[in-house]
Design a protein around this ligand. Sequence first.
Ligand code: HDE
Length: 698
Amino acid sequence: MTDRKERQREGYRAADPAEGPLTTDQGVAVDHTDDSLTVGERGPTLLEDFHFREKLMHFDHERIPERVVHARGAGAYGYFEPYESCAEFTRAAFLQDPSVRTPVFVRFSTVAGPRGSADTVRDVRGFATKFYTSEGNYDLVGNNMPVFFIQDGIKFPDFVHAVKPEPQNEIPTGSSAHDTLWDFVSLQPETLHMMMWLMSDRAIPRSYRMMQGFGVHTFRFVDARGHGTLVKFHWKPKLGVHSLVWDEAQECQGRDPDFNRRDLWQSIEAGEFPEYELGAQLIPEEDEFGFDFDLLDATKIVPEEQVPVRPLGRMVLDRNPDNFFAETEQVAFHTANVVPGIDFTDDPLLQARNFSYLDTQLIRLGGPNFAQLPVNQPVAPVRTNQRDGYHQTAIHTGTSYSPNSLGGGCPAIAGADGYAFSHYPERLDGAKLRKRGESFKDFYSQAAMFWNSMSDWERQHIVDAFRFELGKVGAVQVRERTVEQLTHIDQGLATAVAEGIGVATPAVANTEHKPLASPALSLTNLHGDGSIRTRRIAVLVTDGVDTGQLAQAQEALSAQGAVVEALASHDGKVRGADGNGYAVDRALPTVASVLYDAVLLPGGPTGTPELRSDETAMRFVRDAYRHGKAIGALGSGVGIVSALEPEGLHIASGHGHVCADRGVVTDATTGTASEEFTRAFTDAVAAHRHWSRPHLHF
Ligand code: HDE
């Protein structure tokens, strides 16, 4: 790797331990690290055992406080390159030259759960990017949802206290389904738009590689002449936006709590680099007040149909970190890490963040020198007058004040050559007051817009999510108040939720809002490149499997970038119908359908009855079916699909005929996996889920 960040990291990699003996922290060689120094074989441990004491002392201090929010995350390095110069809007150096790649580090996270919590909880996902630009670090600290729960940062401690586990018993872990959160929501209606997103499938992404990212706030681009343009940032994943279903997400929490983290790591290791397009909604300053809402209100989006997203460039994540703690845990993002050409607006949430992110690192990273940590170090030269403090690693020489003559006046103040950051000279005038502006007070229109923009199945999932979450709330008045709030969004939604949680349907609210909709919000319109790259396809095999047919199908799917794994009741090999051994990738008891995107059932003269009597295998197929996943069956494998009794589905019966019906692709022909079959199965996998399937149950 040749990028500047990589060369910098290289200088920090600790020497390969294979090259010398174990030593103490002081470099003294150690010949024994398994027993402490004692008086006789059974006597007390001696204080003079400096190796033992140092080892324990260090171990005792291995943990640092976890992030108060976004504690659980996973990170990766990569690069960003613009498609063309954005000089028309911003002078930011990293957005000028398509031939210049800027190194990045991205950390994805959940918000509410602690470091050891499960990945697939219902939650917002953080999407924080550090650009190591030639002009210093720029951090775009976003989420996978474009709005936020609150409008003013002063409410953040209240919101976080409400969403975190109940204080008396720290239950539930990483879940919003409890009384205090919904109590807060029902009393603070600005949360409702975000709650709609949280109850939607956006809150259970299939993969960090398959979710959008948003800067959330309105920021400001500034061009070389000092002219400003308001901007909203968007990340779009190349693979499209895809989610799990709730039942599956819950099972994943037990089957693989590292589901999203593992997916990111494995994809990068396999050379399947996650890719996202950075886009911007650009709004001329003179149009700032041309909307039905306030651009400074982070609980609102600017509909893409109103202001299209202009593609700016692409980001590719191509390297996993070397050390989780050193890099992913110690990375310190800060919304105020901006570079010339990018500036803030007066969004009160953003203003609060500009204080909080710097402040939080002091407790988390133990002092003011965290910018010296390798992952946080800019690749741009750093020359400050900051000195001393905990964990100072630099040996500064010379003076550390300005102005000075003894140090030759260094470091000098940047000249007017356009290199330095200069704050946007926004004109402001007003009385000091604590008051939420009237332009922030419409809490329901965009929540309703979100609801209006959903397809039927997305609506059903939202209703189910509300029922699940409120169904875990003990306080009846909180359930009632929340349903009452929902009537301001949509009476049908409120009624459906009320019926599920046993409270009376409240009277129709007299809120009036325009019947807004934004098709860009529905997952049905966010399919990405439509490929099956990195999709995990399970092939269930037993002795007697038709290996020829299987190899054909496997080859065709792998050629399209899918990850195909053969699963059997045991590890090792199964005996194919041709007598040859066929390698098993994983034993069924160690995996589950929820860890795959699709399942393929190959044929074989003796295979099928055996598989049918294997309850683990049958459950695998049943789960894939009810979670809406693609199922392919060949030859006698078709019998397994029929055994599920999927009422009303067209399933192949005779020879040479491929049936594809709502993601169930069957071909009863023995011996070959036809091109027609693999094409139909590929399409079914690419569609992600098949919601119109009869009797889906989540
Ligand atoms: Fe954060 N947030 N936040 N947040 N946030 C933190 O900073 C905070 C908000 C986001 O991977 C903390 O270093 C306040 C919005 C991400 O390291 C802390 C407010 C958005 C991450 C903090 C917000 C975010 C954080 C905790 C309201 C989306 C993880 C640890 C005014 C645009 C970054 C840390 C990582 C982390 C404060 C609201 C995204 C305490 C006060 C809105 C992705 O500083």
